[in-house]
Design a protein around this ligand. Structure first.
Ligand code: ZN
Length: 315
């Protein structure tokens, strides 16, 4: 792995996946943990998708495996409302004693993110699975990601020497942990954009904003992944290709109007096919609500630290 901390971190990812597998809870890693991993970093939270209704069992399983229940209440970074991020259905914590810092492990239900996808994997998927893949990344993939400065700092060697030594190393292997194939992550994000895009207005500073930001990061990653056989454009759902190609610059200049037309066109088509969830989406929070919560948090902070005022747990 990248350093001794990320080795410990990787061990925890394997342990978590293994415990869920042993308990018969199908699972796949998702989100920041994968994005950061492909950038040669570790994330401050671990996100895992499981089947609907399995969150309680998943939490109990990980508690039995040595993780800890949340003790931070609404101050927990895993539950704290952010304007551009939905909340996970449940979470537990890797305690600071395990890794030296507290890392929440968050669960998402499949229907909230991957409703259009096949069953989640119950074990490391085979290499020809069309949707899921074992997390096994060749060191050469990271060749371009390591800047000379970073390489010199980490290894006291020239980047050329580092690259040569990397090409001979076995891939970074996090199995049994698995991920969606990167092209299927893009597909999932386009589904989510189409589900959450407000047809009446511009891009809201809400979930759409979040999905679009993540999609942009995959536009950046895709060429590097493709060079190593980790991203195959042709495996994207055919109806999504025009939008993806547009996002990758295939139509030249990108404008808000073109962007909107692409999404709303695709959204209308998917709605007509009854392919988007009909259940109401989780409530969007308005800017006023977000500000109100920030204000409430500030008030609690003031109460907590202003001398004689007794600390009040709840309003
Ligand atoms: Zn927590």
């Amino acid at each position: 792995m990248f350093d001794s901390f990320s080795e410990l971190y990787a061990d925890q990812l394997k342990l978590i996946t293994d415990a869920l597998d042993q308990a018969g809870i199908n699972n796949v890693l998702w989100g920041h943990v994968i994005e950061r991993f492909l950038e040669e970093h570790v994330s401050s939270g671990i996100e895992c998708i499981i089947h609907d209704g399995m969150a309680e069992k998943a939490c109990q399983t990980l508690l039995a495996a040595g993780l800890e229940p949340c003790k931070y209440g609404e101050e927990c970074p895993a539950t704290r409302h952010r304007q551009d991020r939905p909340d996970a259905v449940a979470h537990v914590h890797l305690e600071a004693t395990t890794l030296g810092c507290d890392i929440p492990v968050m669960f998402w239900e499949k229907s909230s993110l991957l409703w259009a996808f096949p069953e989640l994997p119950s074990s490391p998927p085979s290499s020809d699975d069309p949707y899921y893949m074992p997390i096994r990344i060749p060191w050469t993939y990271y060749r371009n990601a390591a800047t000379p400065a970073k390489a010199a700092r980490g290894h006291r060697a020239s980047s050329a020497a580092v690259n040569a030594s990397r090409s001979q190393r076995p891939p970074i292997d996090l199995t049994p942990a698995r991920m969606l194939k990167p092209v299927k992550i893009v597909e999932a994000l386009i589904w989510l954009m189409c589900r959450d895009r407000n047809p009446n207005e511009g891009l809201e500073c809400g979930w759409e904003h979040r999905w679009q930001k993540v999609l942009d990061s995959w536009v950046q990653k895709a060429p590097g992944l493709a060079k190593h056989g980790l991203f195959c454009r042709n495996e994207l759902r055919p109806g999504f290709l025009p939008l993806w190609d547009y996002l990758c610059g295939g139509e030249g200049e990108q404008t808000p109007e073109k962007h909107r037309a692409h999404y709303l066109g695709l959204q209308a088509k998917l709605r007509a096919e009854n392919a988007l969830p009909s259940s109401p989406q989780p409530k969007r929070r308005t800017v006023e609500e977000i500000e109100h919560e920030n204000w409430k948090r500030y008030q609690k902070f003031v109460k907590r630290y202003s001398g004689n005022t007794p600390w009040i747990e709840e309003d």
